[in-house]
Design a protein around this ligand. Structure first.
Ligand code: PLP
Length: 357
């Protein structure tokens, strides 16, 4: 097992947490995991109190954005202990992002062990309410200080955790989504398949404009033709047309390989549902809606698990999906994924990494 020296905080902030108003990603637990990359290797693994990171104004990441991150969750399991949901999938994706950003990869076992030890130490920070969880944010960035475009030679890897409320306080509320024909977040050959700061920076302007117009998210189309559906700013997108579950393929080259996406596709196949990972144009979606064949649209992602879409707005026209109600596929997916996460349903696929406390 990885030997990790722990420096405990002198004063825990746990007592100041308002468990009924957690929000998302605004409260952070007492400790963080840190590792440094220098002289060609990762080392100096340690857990220390959560706190500021010293940096110079010339920190290369501030200027050139060489940073990657992950997002996953830990849950209080029904029969005791903690479940971390599919951390090896995040480890794999983290290293895929690392390669694309010229950041040295981290051993997958160390990636998973880092969060197991941190979550075990800060286990009192895992909310007790059903639907709430401990969000885990591993990330890495270049730590050289210089001006000039080249890959950094030193890096830091960190894991911080944040107790979070259920994404939708009043249950699964179908959201309004704007199909953006103007802005793009990623193009094939670019960084869209990596979980890196640049993609989120690229989505901010479109997202802000959409919020101002009363939409909660943007559905991005492919960057070349603006015909094919890509994904939502922080979720993958799925359609149910004629009882078939359809989602854009990873080969499209500009979307993130969501862990929830993979879980939903695996479940759908195991239920005998027809599933297609194929390119789908926004015209096909609109046409299916006009013909009454579009049954459901929903987003998939770690934060909300399943986010039903009640309305798609495209070129000034509104398309109401399933009467703005959550559909049966979305509901069953949500119930099954969260049931497995909280240890209420059998973990048939071996997705949870369990920690006994
Ligand atoms: C751009 C983007 N697409 C899709 C997802 C969904 O991925 P996951 O299911 O792994 O959370 C996320 C969230 O992590 C994201 O940021």
């Amino acid at each position: 097992m990885l030997q990790v020296p722990i420096t405990k905080t002198q004063v825990s902030r746990l007592d100041s947490v308002d468990w009924n108003n957690l929000g998302f990603g605004v409260v952070f637990s007492d400790h963080m995991f840190v590792a440094d990359y220098k002289n060609g290797g990762w080392g100096d693994f340690r857990i220390i109190p959560y706190g500021p990171v010293p940096m110079e104004p010339a920190l290369c990441t501030l200027h050139y954005g060489q940073s990657i991150f992950e997002g996953l969750k830990a849950f209080r399991a029904k029969n005791g202990g903690v479940n971390i949901f599919r951390p090896y999938k995040n480890a794999e994706r983290f290293n895929r992002s690392a390669r694309m950003l010229c950041i040295p990869p981290l051993d997958e076992e160390i990636f998973v062990e880092s969060m197991k030890q941190l979550v075990a130490l800060d286990h009192e920070w895992i909310p007790r309410q059903r639907g709430h969880s401990l969000y885990i944010r591993p990330f890495a960035f270049g730590t050289d200080s210089f001006l000039g475009v080249r890959a950094s030679r030193t890096y830091v890897f960190m894991v911080i955790t944040s107790p979070v409320a259920s994404y939708y306080a009043e249950g699964l509320n179908p959201v309004r989504i704007l199909v953006d024909c103007e802005h793009v977040r990623a193009v094939r050959g670019g960084l869209g398949t990596a979980k890196t700061a640049a993609n989120y920076a690229a989505s901010l302007y479109a997202g802000t404009k959409a919020h101002e117009a009363g939409f909660s998210q943007v559905l991005f189309l492919d960057g070349v033709t603006r015909e094919f559906v890509d994904e939502v700013g922080a979720m993958n997108i799925m359609f149910v047309i004629d009882d078939e579950l359809i989602t854009p393929p990873l080969e499209q080259g500009s979307i993130l390989a969501g862990v929830t996406r993979d879980s939903v596709l695996t479940l759908a196949r195991s239920w005998g549902m027809k599933v297609a990972e194929r390119s789908i144009t926004i015209d096909e979606v609109v046409d299916a809606h006009r013909k009454g064949r579009l049954q459901e649209v929903f987003g998939t992602g770690t934060a909300a698990v399943i986010s039903p879409v009640g309305e798609l707005s495209y070129k000034g026209e509104s398309f109401i999906i399933n009467d703005r109600k959550i559909g049966p596929v979305a509901q069953r997916m949500y119930d099954t994924v969260t049931g497995i996460q909280y240890g209420e349903l059998e973990d048939t696929f071996g997705w949870n990494v369990h920690i006994e406390l």
